[in-house]
Design a protein around this ligand. Sequence first.
Ligand code: ZN
Length: 284
Amino acid sequence: MHLRIFTPHPGILAFYDGRIPGYRFDPRDNWVDDGALSLGIASYALVHDDQAIVYDTGTTLAHGRAIRAHLETLGVRTFGVILSHWHRDHIAGTEAFADAHIIASTRTAAHLTANRADLESETRWPPIRPLILPTTTYDDRLTLTLGPTRIDLIHVNIHSDDATVLWLPGSRILLAGDTVEDTVTYVAEPDHLAAHLADLARLKALQPRHILPCHGDPDVIASGGYGPGLIDATIRYVTHLTSPSDTPLHDLIAADLAARNLTWFAPYEGIHRLNLARVRAHGH
Ligand SMILES: [Zn+2]
């Protein structure tokens, strides 16, 4: 583990791992390296006094335990968990918080339940076993408070149809899960691009000042996150995918790189190739 702990804003911790040249979690083919650590991934925690809300539990159970242990050294005694969506790299550490309230969208709970046997099996190694399911679900929107901070959970269909983003209206901070990603979004559900664009417009309408995605540049996350241009860049990229060309990725996003809406991380060329293959297979 090469866990790095940042404080992008007061009371918000980022637990970042990955993007370590030459390091692999395991020499075998595995989703921890290929889906998460090769690109870099962050979990977050909102902390107030002895309470914390953990937004995604880590890419392995060891990550979940390390996140919890660090928060306990800060004096946290009461944990809540919110899952951004059901993908493996965001939920693998939930067992470390099995005694906590675990909140997710109704769709996330449904996906986890429907895929339980697969997630717990060796089909895609390593298994997540036992899979810990959410204890509380919500449909469209749910408001929580942590000390003086209001936290709105908003269900959107971007990247996956079960996504939960956290919106902090007081500070205009958006914890975005996988709904936006730097260098480009990962298209897991190519049949939903129109819904993705509609819900990206909803996120833009919130007028966030700072955006903290799960997959992004560690230096940008450490220094407070992305500006609203990350949403604009994602809208442009997804729009392109609705009638894709063979323009190389670096040329396609050159204006957003120049404007610093995006940063260049070369492994995303592979994600872009996968995205193109998926949307073309779907008929775009
Ligand atoms: Zn995902």
